[in-house]
Write a protein that binds this ligand. Structure first.
Ligand SMILES: [Zn+2]
Length: 269
């Protein structure tokens, strides 16, 4: 222990347990509980640097998560996480780091059209969990084609692989300017494991899966991509809203902006 270490109250950096919305079910035998601790200043700095550099974004976020959790002790690399678990861990880590209980969000009243601010109660945000009998792969039958497609949930490593794929394509062909974040066929191609036509099992290469998603009819496409929504797990991003101007009551959906993830940790309020 250094002189500096003895000055820092390490109890303030104690780990807090977080149960993964996936229940750990996609990680065969890995525990469903992850320990997370508040960030130290160098991690905040690292996080801020991610926001300003567009490259390898997902990989850097994974690195950040490895640093503030016990994922490496569990033997579960952050890149193996489902994107649902990863996002939930990120949200939880930001709540912890900022000691933030409320998140202000501007809402436009659907009735009178006036803007107001709602305060989202972060500590009581509900989480949706995968059902206990969840198993991968998830089969989707495409009636039009007589095909059964076996899918899995999207992983962080898929996002990393897609970025690498486009980096490589750009090296080969300078005209490839596709932004990986808009290449949904490219992304969901990773979630296809195999297909069956009758009794015949069909293994496709990555580029064939991409091509399949690009060429298939939109109903079939939506069935394959819809798996991700059907098995949504993570924080519920809905909040009750009552308009202060016209008293209209409804539920509004919100998202966490980049200020929430990349803003500097603020002192207790
Ligand atoms: Zn209103």
């Amino acid at each position: 222990m250094s002189r500096v270490d003895s000055l820092i109250n390490t109890a303030a950096l104690e780990y807090v347990t977080f149960d993964l919305p996936s229940r750990g079910l996609p990680y065969q035998g890995k525990p469903s509980i992850v320990k997370v601790r508040p960030t130290v200043s160098r991690e905040e700095k690292f996080l801020k640097s991610i926001a300003s550099t567009a490259s390898n974004y997902e990989e850097k976020l994974a690195k950040y998560l490895m640093s503030i959790t016990d994922l490496s002790e569990i033997g579960l690399p952050a890149t193996n996480l489902t994107t649902g678990d990863q996002l939930s861990l990120l949200i939880f880590s930001r709540i912890l780091a900022k000691d933030q209980r409320e998140y202000p969000k501007e809402v436009t009243c659907p009735d009178c059209g006036k803007d107001s601010i709602i305060k989202i109660d972060l500590l009581n945000l509900n989480r949706t969990y995968l059902s206990e009998d969840f198993v991968e792969p998830i089969s989707v039958f495409l009636e039009k084609h007589g095909l059964t497609v076996f899918c899995r949930l999207l992983r962080v490593k898929d996002q990393v692989a897609l970025t690498e794929y486009h980096d490589q394509m750009r090296r080969v062909n300078l005209n490839d300017t596709i932004d990986p974040s808009t290449d949904s066929e490219g992304l969901y191609a990773y979630t296809i494991e195999k297909m069956m036509k009758g009794e015949e099992e069909i293994e496709l290469s990555y580029s064939e899966k991409r091509e399949f998603l690009q060429k298939v009819d939109s109903i079939s496409y939506n069935l394959i991509v819809g798996v991700q929504n059907d098995y949504y797990h993570g924080y519920e991003t809905k909040a009750p809203f009552e308009c202060p101007y016209c008293a209209y009551k409804t539920t509004v959906s919100f998202d966490f902006g980049s200020d929430f993830f990349f803003g500097t940790a603020s002192p207790k309020q």
